[in-house]
Design a protein around this ligand. Structure first.
Ligand code: FES
Length: 672
């Protein structure tokens, strides 16, 4: 008897909108694969991984000619009941690999079951991350050898991957073959293979392994920060940070470069230290996430140019002298073991590209995170570290530059300065007239004039003032008239106050009396003026190059951007005038960029392309930079009017200097 042709059933997948008809009896997973709907599976339809969970829609569905019903799928199987933990299936959730289509259905694929799901961003991040993992696990049953079959185990594994998953393996890591035969036999020929970039076999585990991990690392001059992520879901499982151990060779980048140049073996030593720190960090993350460093298949790394070169073991000497040439401005994608990074033996490290001599892979990360090329408005993105890196532009054109701010914003070269750590004054308010201060300290929730403040301080009490604290102190003193627009601390003859004390030929403001006391000294104001003028001049130079007088929005990246009060940054004239509500923190945007590169393989090609396209402005050789720098030494600026700022803050009269005007010459002289 001729076989009855099978009935065709209609199926619609949401949110992809993929629809079509499939023969009755087709599994929902097979239908999704046939129609190209985004539906995850690691076990290949064996009801082992639980990644293929879907929901059936009941009733009339727009786009489907007839009603959808849970009854149009085959009965719930025992395997599903075990997996989904339900005896009734009342919530309409099914395993797509078990549920067979026997009528018209509309299937919703929840975010957790999509391969290319979006990871919802944190509040400070610019956009969601699309998960397109560079390395994925595939469960596969390999044919056991039989007499007469001359194929090797590796070849039979590859053939099974091709048959079950359509993967055409184009290469493998030698390490995979080392233990392959034992693994296959011990696992009764059922293994999970990790495939990188869709073609390369990088690992094999016995049985089902449905979660792989990756670590995104931001190597800063002062600190390292890292996130351990589930490469399938994009979820951040653990994050951790630690001090950069190279700090013993100098606080700033140039000290590190000098050390490597002047000391035989210095570069090798610094590379060893930073790699050790990365390994410690990865081990800590893995332990806290309840996995093993061996489960980490991929790391991505961002960092400023010097850190980037040192992690890679490259000589940073040329970054220390004009014209500040990079060893390479291409991304590096190598087995992690080549960099001495201890993860899975076949794991890879992807180091994002540097942009220019002083615009490193950290800014490449910031760019990925902020994606200014998607915007029509004019964005200024600023990443302040021991050097400021700036990007200005929109979808039409992007310029980058670095400005030599030095480490003053991090509390260095400030008389009572320290890093942002418990005990540091981070917020300051000063009463105009009396000049009485109140302040807050990292580690305490209370202001200094609130009851219980002394008891709330961290062990060790007040230890100094950090970058945000000194910025607020100087801005508040300026608003109170105790610091002139050219940055001079007024003497007692002009502004009688017990808080103003003489120090040789200049004066200082006593923020906290005692041992240790905290003063704002004339040298501190000068250090901040120099740093802020460099930052502003860099931004102004980019604006001039682009031919714009205003920016529409400003994003402040990095820890500094997260902690600084933008109002005070504006009062000091660190950043161009802009409505305050349009200035925001981008959080650790460099770290976010490293995470994007970890989770979305397409972002890697994108940033390499953008890095090549973006226009690099070298502030060191631009004559106009010096012009902008000198004008920016005044608070907030010698000539720029800061109209938006004046809408919300009453700035002291401009004519506040002793000679009745803000003199560029005077500022220049006092700076030297
Ligand atoms: S595909 Fe793994 S449980 Fe359905």
């Amino acid at each position: 008897m001729p076989r009855q042709p099978s009935r065709e059933c209609q199926i619609l997948f949401s949110p992809s909108g993929k629809r079509g008809s499939v023969p009755e009896g087709t599994s929902v997973l097979q239908a999704a694969q046939h129609l190209g709907a985004d539906l995850d599976s690691v076990c290949g339809g064996r009801a082992l991984c639980g990644r293929c969970q879907v929901e059936v829609t009941e009733g009339e569905v727009f786009g489907l000619d007839v009603a959808s019903s849970a009854g149009n799928l085959s009965a719930m199987t025992e395997a599903e009941r075990e997996f989904l933990g339900t005896s009734s299936g009342a919530d309409n959730r099914r395993l797509a690999c078990r549920a067979r289509i026997i009528g018209n259905v509309a299937i919703d694929v929840p975010a957790g079951s999509q391969v290319h799901r979006q990871v919802v961003r944190k509040p400070c991040e610019a956009h969601d991350i699309t998960i397109r993992p560079v390395v994925r696990p595939y469960f596969v049953a390999v044919d056991a050898p039989v007499p007469g079959d001359s194929r090797g185990d590796l070849e039979r594994l590859c053939e099974s991957l091709s048959r079950e998953w359509g993967i055409d393996v184009a290469g493998w890591d030698q390490q995979v073959v080392t233990h392959l035969q034992r693994t296959l036999r011990e696992a009764n020929w059922k293994v999970t293979a990790a495939i990188r970039h869709g073609r390369r076999l990088v690992a094999v585990w016995p049985g089902l392994k449905d979660r792989l991990f990756g670590v995104a690392i931001d190597v800063g001059t002062t600190t390292l920060a890292a996130h351990l992520c589930d490469l399938g879901s994009g979820e951040i499982l653990v994050e951790a940070g630690r001090m950069n151990p190279q700090i013993r060779f100098g606080e700033d980048l140039m000290s590190r470069v000098s050390y490597s140049m002047q000391n035989p073996g210095g570069r090798v030593e610094m590379t060893r230290l930073i790699r050790e720190a990365i390994n410690d960090l990865v081990a800590e993350l893995a332990e806290r996430a309840g996995c093993d460093a061996n489960d980490v298949l991929e790391v991505t790394v961002v960092g400023n140019s010097t850190m980037h070169h040192l992690v890679l073991g490259w000589d940073p000497a040329e970054l220390g002298r004009a014209p500040f040439t990079l060893a390479s401005n291409r991304a590096v994608d190598v087995p992690a073991r080549e960099l001495g990074i201890v993860i899975h033996p076949s794991g890879y490290a992807h180091v994002l590209p540097c942009i220019a001599g002083h615009v490193g892979a950290d800014m490449a990360g910031v760019l990925l995170a902020e994606a200014p090329w998607d915007r029509t408005d004019m964005s200024l993105v600023v990443d302040v570290g021991t050097n400021a890196e700036l990007v200005l532009g929109n979808r039409d054109r992007l310029l980058v530059a670095s400005s030599p701010t030095g480490p003053a914003f991090e509390g260095a070269h400030i008389s009572a300065g320290q890093r942002a750590a418990p005990g540091a004054i981070e917020r300051v308010r000063i009463e105009p007239g009396t000049l009485q201060p109140r302040f807050r300290v990292i580690g305490s929730e209370l202001w200094s004039d609130q009851p219980g403040f002394a008891d709330s301080l961290p062990a060790g009490g007040v230890t100094g003032i950090c970058g945000s604290g000194i910025i607020e102190a100087i801005a508040e003193l300026f608003l109170a008239g105790a610091i002139t627009a050219d940055g001079r601390i007024r003497g007692n003859d002009e502004l009688p106050s017990e808080r103003i004390v003489r120090q040789g030929t200049t004066f200082a403001y006593v923020l906290l009396d005692g041992q240790p006391g905290v003063q704002v000294q004339q040298g501190d104001v000068r250090a901040i003026q120099l740093a802020k003028a460099a930052l502003y001049a860099g931004a102004r130079l980019l604006m001039e190059k682009l031919g714009v007088e205003r920016v529409d929005r400003i994003r402040l990246a990095g820890a500094f951007g997260a902690h600084i009060d933008v109002r005070y940054a504006m009062i000091l004239g660190m950043i161009p005038d802009c409505p305050l509500e349009r200035v925001s923190s981008a959080g650790n945007a460099a770290g976010t960029g490293a995470r994007i590169a970890l989770l979305d393989r397409e972002s890697r090609a994108l940033i390499q392309r953008r890095v090549a396209e973006v226009e690099k402005i070298e502030t060191a050789v631009e004559e106009r930079f010096q012009h902008h720098f000198v004008a920016a030494l005044a608070i907030p600026h010698e000539t720029d009017p800061f109209h938006d700022l004046r809408q919300v803050v009453a700035l002291p009269d401009d004519d506040t200097d002793t000679d009745g005007r803000r003199s560029r010459r005077h500022i220049r002289t006092s700076m030297t």
